[in-house]
Design a protein around this ligand. Structure first.
Ligand code: SF4
Ligand code: SF4
Ligand code: SF4
Length: 299
């Protein structure tokens, strides 16, 4: 059944690109209206103790994730290496050294940032990604043709790919608990599970004010920056930290929405029917350009 669906989608995509994408289909993300009432989550990394309860809650609520025994989430040896989100985990907690206080490492929870102008929405040629008015960037696995353009476009390297599945591989990521909880008036499972109240769920605008208040009140505790307030046009998930964000593995990004980099190129590609290989090469060039620029900024 799945193979038929995929084959059908590929045939449609191959036969009539413009019919599928629409004349300006790739401009989806940058045209999105951002509601002042949209939700967000403020993550105060200074409170996190690395208990991994949030990872466990995410695994329990998302039935499509591989089942993990409760004991696995108590294993602290996972902090020995840097982990990324992948097809089997929509959120991970990592440990970073704290140069100012080596005895107190910094723990950081990562997941999809739910960008206000999501590059994944813009990059997806079959519109498998959409951004909901409440702020969640969600994903329809049924539509995915496995092209992985979203993975190349995401500035936070979030979407995971099911490499082990040869016939019907899919891309997956954190959904902000859209179907399971948000639409039922509940906060995300990971937020609710945290015993240290590291995460605060609420209206994004209120969370920014709350974060500004914390920085003003405790200037010795936080670096004076709310990560996600402006990066790539803003994200629904916002972060506070006691050490520079680059030291807890957040990329240094500009304030321009990420789709702004990819959309004009995609327009050109679809206009002239360049094959997917051309798109891979082009997106690769963009990533090289962004990486190089990041390096230059650092220097
Ligand atoms: S973090 Fe990546 S996957 Fe998540 S909304 Fe932004 S671009 Fe999309
Ligand atoms: S919001 Fe939901 S899907 Fe996303 S990391 Fe938290 S529990 Fe997992
Ligand atoms: S549940 Fe809270 S304290 Fe525990 S690892 Fe996750 S964010 Fe940190």
């Amino acid at each position: 059944m799945e193979v038929k669906r995929r084959t059908f989608l590929k045939q449609v995509a191959g036969a009539s690109s413009l019919a599928v994408f629409g004349k300006d289909g790739t401009a989806e993300a940058s045209r999105l209206q951002v509601s002042p009432d949209q939700y967000g989550v403020l993550v105060d990394t200074t409170l996190c103790v690395g208990c991994r309860s949030c990872e466990k809650a995410c695994n329990e609520i998302n039935e499509d994730l591989p089942r993990r025994p409760a004991e696995w989430f108590k294993d602290k040896s996972v902090f020995e290496e840097r982990r990324r989100m992948d097809f089997g985990a929509y959120t991970v907690v990592n440990r970073s050294n704290n140069p100012a206080n080596p005895a107190s490492p910094v723990y950081t929870k990562f997941q999809c940032m739910h960008c206000l102008y999501p590059a994944c929405v813009s990059a997806c040629i079959v519109k498998a990604f959409t951004r909901e008015p409440n702020g969640a960037v969600i994903y329809d696995a049924w539509k995915c043709i496995g092209c992985r353009y979203c993975m190349a476009a995401c500035p936070f390297q979030v979407p995971g790919y099911e490499f082990d599945n040869v016939l019907t591989p899919q891309v997956r990521k954190c959904t902000f608990c859209f179907d399971t909880r948000l639409t039922k008036g509940k906060m995300p499972a990971c937020v609710q599970s945290c015993p240290m109240e590291v995460m605060t769920f609420g209206k994004r605008n209120d969370l920014i004010k709350q974060a500004q208040g914390k920085i003003e009140k405790y200037p010795d505790r936080y670096v004076p920056h709310i990560y996600g307030e402006k990066e790539v046009g803003g994200t629904a998930w916002l972060y506070l930290s006691s050490i520079p964000f680059t030291e807890i593995d957040f990329p240094k990004l500009g304030y321009h929405p990420a789709p702004g980099y990819t959309e004009p190129i995609q327009h050109a590609i679809f206009k002239w029917f360049l094959p997917p290989l051309g798109l891979y090469a082009t997106l690769g060039s963009i990533m090289w350009f962004l990486k190089n620029r990041k390096k230059q900024e650092k220097e």
